[in-house]
Design a binder for this molecule. Structure first.
Ligand SMILES: [Zn+2]
Length: 468
């Protein structure tokens, strides 16, 4: 590799421990990474890399550099709904709170909600996310552009189902497909290539066969991905068995109609049997595991079995009303614990070796990149890839002492240990301060917009205690 000529656009970070997450799992104890514009042009041992450059360097002694984390299932539209559906049953959650909330959103609400969500994502080291399917994609896109993040955006798509809000129930299959194609033309590859537009299926209980077939074919034609909630609750599988003539659930049915393909990102995928895990693996379907939402609302997905079967599993936070915390750092910790604990139920004995820390780190980085079909450019720190980088400062009570760096990143690291974040070669957070947006201003906009939105949607949150 040769030293590059252009001076101003070169950033050199050195003296850090660099966890590359490349295919050889290389970690440089004292490493240097060189970034030109939006691309990594060198990474390796400081002693070998530094002499090739005469540029100014940023000394990150004692800090750890990782690839930007990838959150593969998040509802940016739902950030203003944090706390509107805590401790309620599933029917109240959906029909009484979430649908009225989402169906009353404006594009401005979606913009503000995505800004607020993005701030939390950046603080936890996320540089790329996959939107699960929300309202007003154009509002999300404007926010992502400003925040400096990378994202696969998806519109919430439903063309049938019981009890839908009137404006959604009126939507035909044609309208659903046309709207998504228009959004694809308008926003795909926008914001210097940071925004991709995907197709969405909110869930099978709100999709006709025609919508499923057209989504499958259109995604192929546009060479983009599909994001869909799959096998979330036992009732979903039951209904599919009763109405669509298959012997198990959603995955079995999707296999039958050839919907399972390598561009499908399946969220949750909790209620699947062994045969269905096999189908997911053979088809190259990616699974987004959202541990907090799973524990709270859905159940324990067979993640260890999926990984053993070769399924690419990544991590997601889900939305604020399902989890409340949009920190992928918390999800890493939870993913490790929930899947160790689940062994008691699946095998009758505990297994502290299930989903070790290095597996969890892969799920949050390179598996995330594969899940969003972007692994040629992101997910690991390698020459030629985009500069999406997280800087961790472990010198705090939460992480010290460090005897095993990789396990500390999963079992000890808190969101507060993430100090700086770079996406596409630009710093979007430095020393815990978001550079791209004014956090205080967004907080005040969010407070106002969410109060107005709840009023419009007629949602009232009952008091739990005797407020005086
Ligand atoms: Zn979701």
């Amino acid at each position: 590799m040769e030293a590059t000529k252009s001076n101003s656009s070169i950033v050199i970070l050195h003296n850090a421990m660099i966890v590359t997450m490349d295919s050889q799992a290389r970690v440089y104890r004292n490493g240097t990474i060189v970034i030109q514009n939006d691309t990594i042009i060198a990474v390796g041992k400081s002693l070998e890399i530094l002499p090739q450059f005469s540029h100014e360097v940023v000394d990150l002694r004692g800090q750890i550099i990782l690839p930007g984390f990838i959150n593969t299932h998040v509802h940016t539209s739902q950030q203003l709904a944090r706390g509107i559906a805590d401790d309620v049953d599933l029917l109240t959650w959906l029909h009484g709170r979430i649908w009225p909330y989402e169906s009353n959103m404006t594009e401005e609400d979606s913009y503000i909600s995505t800004l607020l969500c993005g701030i939390e994502l950046i603080h936890s080291g996320v540089t790329c996310f996959a939107e699960a399917g929300g309202q007003h994609l154009s509002g999300m896109a404007s926010a992502v552009e400003v925040l400096g993040l990378r994202a696969c955006l998806t519109e919430s798509i439903m063309d049938c189902g019981e009890g839908l809000p009137a404006s959604w129930a009126a939507r035909t299959t044609e309208e659903c497909m046309k709207s998504q194609k228009d959004l694809f033309v308008k926003h795909h590859n926008s914001a210097d290539g940071r925004i991709k537009v995907w197709l969405g299926i909110r869930q099978i209980m709100n999709s006709t066969d025609r919508l499923l077939a057209e989504t499958r074919d259109t995604a192929k034609e546009l060479e983009t991905g599909i994001h869909m909630h799959i096998a979330e609750i036992p009732y979903e599988n039951q209904l599919i068995v009763e109405t669509r003539g298959v012997n198990h659930g959603t995955v079995t049915y999707l296999e039958k109609i050839k919907f399972l393909q390598n561009n499908l990102l399946a969220a949750h995928t909790v209620w699947v049997n062994e045969k269905e895990v096999d189908c997911l693996s053979k088809a190259g379907v990616k699974v987004s595991h959202c541990p907090a939402a799973a524990m709270r609302m859905l159940g324990f997905a067979p993640i260890r079995e999926m990984l053993s079967a070769g399924v690419c599993v990544s991590l997601g936070t889900d939305g604020a009303p399902s989890n409340n915390r949009m920190s992928i750092v918390d999800e890493m910790y939870l993913a490790s614990l929930i899947n160790k604990g689940r062994e008691v139920f699946s095998r009758g004995t505990t297994d502290p070796t299930a989903l070790p820390a290095e597996t969890i780190l892969r799920m949050a980085t390179i598996n995330g990149a594969k899940s969003v079909l972007w692994d040629k450019e992101i997910g690991s720190l390698e020459v030629g890839k985009k500069a999406d980088i997280v800087v961790v400062n472990p010198s705090s009570w939460s992480m010290m002492p460090i005897h095993d760096c990789i396990s500390s990143l999963v079992y000890c690291m808190r969101t507060e240990n993430i100090v700086s974040v770079m996406c596409n070669g630009c710093w979007i957070m430095k020393d815990k301060k978001i550079i791209t947006v004014d956090e205080e201003k967004v907080l005040s906009m969010a407070k106002h917009a969410s109060a107005e939105l709840l009023k419009r949607a007629g949602i009232q949150i009952p008091n739990r205690m005797n407020f005086l």
